[in-house]
Design a protein around this ligand. Structure first.
Ligand code: HEM
Length: 529
């Protein structure tokens, strides 16, 4: 098997000897023996570690020394070793330097970086019913200036709960989400057709912009799931998307382009409207008005305009009846769901195509499963999707090696003990499962692309620690779109493997962004089967 691509990724990120640092980083003899977590199979590693009585003070926690007032801020400027575009590499480097837990002050913010899945488990079991994370300042500021509510992504406490519960009663309900399968199958079929006719006859490489078309696929999917309308932006006769679709796609690009610069850089926009800020503001205005018009379009549909493939009650119709929500809340929930659902799912799909291309034996195994369950040209139905277990395992394994998000964070209002150290309240605790998923003490043979590790009945390779790879997060504030995204990915991946033999002549890197952007040095080749 060729796994040079994966070894290259891991070696580059961790350094050849770094993967053995493991549990030695910061662990002391006063550390109580961990209790084993049961019920997850023969995974590597063990359960929660918190033992407050023997914990060491926060001051003892290892970490880079910073300068007074600005901490290690310079490390993340052109004067330092890390670039914002490759911020995820700094997470690997800090692990290499300090081990499984470290603290760092960047500017005026104090971060604790957590890599041990036992600590990740402890954190999520402690976070309580209304978890908080670091506010996205630029997003909060733009909403304030536009007179809009803060939205689910930035809200905390009771208000977050209200917004979240209104939407999750539909979006995380397996029965309700599986009612989207027929329409998602149709959207994926449109994507496959677009690609079939959008390849060079000589090289079989795409002549269409694959990333852009995948974004249309995920936009079409999330709009159909939330609003029950079809944009048709992948259909053959639609050369140019309609104005609202175009506005959403354009503003989403501009939004992503500017958001991370504003969130990660100094907040100069608070002092004067920088060029990046103006672009960001414009993108938000464009986004909100296009999403608003789509919501109107959905509500104004007559019975005869309803798509028979769509569920009878859309998510929008469901939340619009909730008395506790204002009309602005409803618009913001839908707007955020559509936004959060585009880039994340599109990039995850690109990574899946890449891992299939680089692991031909896995691709063949997927094809055998798809042909057995769906046939060589059949539709992916709800029942079929349940049986595509290897497809699901491939999606999970891909998220381990090429995650759409490298980091999540939590802010607790009480002290917690992690890796034997007391962590005070209000510190930003970063959960770095991008790194954890590459560590051999939690994932056996991490440099091997082995979807089998996620199959319940497979005994050829031990199961990873259950908290080592969590692409959608954990707990009450985990991704609300998880089921929808998994369904979208499962359907399209199955259809792609059913229709094409996939190859790729380049290497995949990632660019750190709100969702990690694929940076491929070569091209894909899709040969029709
Ligand atoms: C492969 C695709 C996706 C990935 C990998 C992903 C991953 C994530 C992650 C890691 C979080 C943070 C969880 C935490 O902190 O514990 C999150 C939050 C969120 N995701 Fe996703 N996501 C994906 C697709 C979607 C889709 C399709 C939607 C919309 C339908 C969506 C909507 C959201 C929202 C609204 C939040 C914030 C939830 C809250 O604050 O309560 N995501 N996602």
């Amino acid at each position: 098997m060729k796994r040079a691509w994966l070894q290259h990724l891991v070696a580059k990120k961790l350094g050849a000897d770094a993967v053995s640092i493991g549990r030695s980083g910061g662990e002391t003899s006063t550390f109580s023996p961990p209790t084993t977590v049961h019920g997850h199979g023969d995974y590597v590693g063990t359960g929660p570690t918190a033992q407050p009585c023997t914990a060491r003070p926060f001051e003892d926690m290892p970490g880079p020394r910073g300068l007074p007032l600005i901490g290690t801020l310079l490390d993340y400027t052109p004067l330092g070793p890390f670039s914002l575009k490759k911020l995820h590499e700094s997470f690997f480097e800090r692990y290499r330097q300090f081990g499984k837990i470290s603290k760092e002050t960047i500017g005026n913010k104090c971060f604790v970086s957590v890599y041990d899945p036992r600590d990740i488990e402890t954190l999520f079991r402690t976070e309580g019913p209304n978890p908080s994370w670091m506010q996205l300042m630029a997003l909060g500021e733009v909403r304030k200036r536009l007179g809009k509510p803060l939205g689910m992504i930035n809200e905390t406490g009771q208000k977050w709960r209200q917004l979240r519960y209104a939407a999750q009663s539909k979006l995380l309900n397996p029965k309700s989400v599986s009612s989207f399968v027929p329409v998602l199958d149709e959207i994926s079929r449109d994507f496959v057709e677009k690609l079939r006719t959008g390849r060079s006859a000589a090289t079989l490489e795409p002549t269409i912009d694959l990333d852009a078309e995948l974004r249309k696929w995920s936009l079409e999917s999330v709009v159909s799931a939330t609003l029950g309308i079809r944009l048709g932006c992948l259909q053959k006769h639609r050369q140019i998307p309609d104005k609202d679709t175009e506005d959403l796609l354009q503003s989403s690009d501009a939004f992503l382009d500017t958001w991370s610069k504003l969130e990660l850089g100094p907040p100069l926009y608070m002092l004067y409207p920088t060029k990046t800020w103006r672009k960001f503001l414009r993108a938000n205005e464009l986004w909100l008005s296009a999403a608003g018009r789509m919501i109107d379009r959905s509500l104004d549909r007559s019975e005869s305009e309803r798509d028979p493939l769509q569920p009878e009650v859309t998510l929008l119709e469901h939340i619009v009846t909730r008395k506790e929500l204002t009309p602005d809340d409803v618009v913001m929930i839908i707007t955020e769901l559509i936004f959060a659902g585009i880039e994340s799912t599109a990039v995850a799909m690109t990574y899946n195509l890449y891992t299939m291309a680089k692991n031909q034996h896995v691709q063949e195994k997927v094809r055998r499963e798809v042909n057995a369950v769906v046939g060589k040209s059949g539709k992916v139905t709800q029942d079929a999707l349940k049986s595509l277990k290897y497809v699901k395992a491939c999606i999970k394994e891909t998220s381990r090696v090429l995650p759409a998000f490298s980091m999540r964070n939590r802010i607790l209002d009480k002290e917690i003990v992690l890796a034997g150290y007391r962590v005070p309240p209000n510190v930003i605790i970063r959960v770095l499962t991008h790194v954890t998923g590459q560590l051999p003490e939690y994932v056996v043979e991490p440099d091997r692309f082995a979807p089998e590790r996620w199959l319940r009945d497979d005994t050829t390779i031990p199961k990873p620690h259950p908290f080592a790879v969590r692409p959608f997060g954990v707990g009450t504030r985990s991704c609300i779109g998880q089921r929808l995204a998994e369904q979208e990915l499962g359907i399209l991946l199955a259809k792609m493997i059913q229709q094409f033999h996939i190859e790729c002549d380049g290497e995949m890197e990632q660019i750190f962004n709100i969702a990690n952007k694929p940076d491929l040095s070569g091209t894909f080749k899709f040969t029709e089967l």
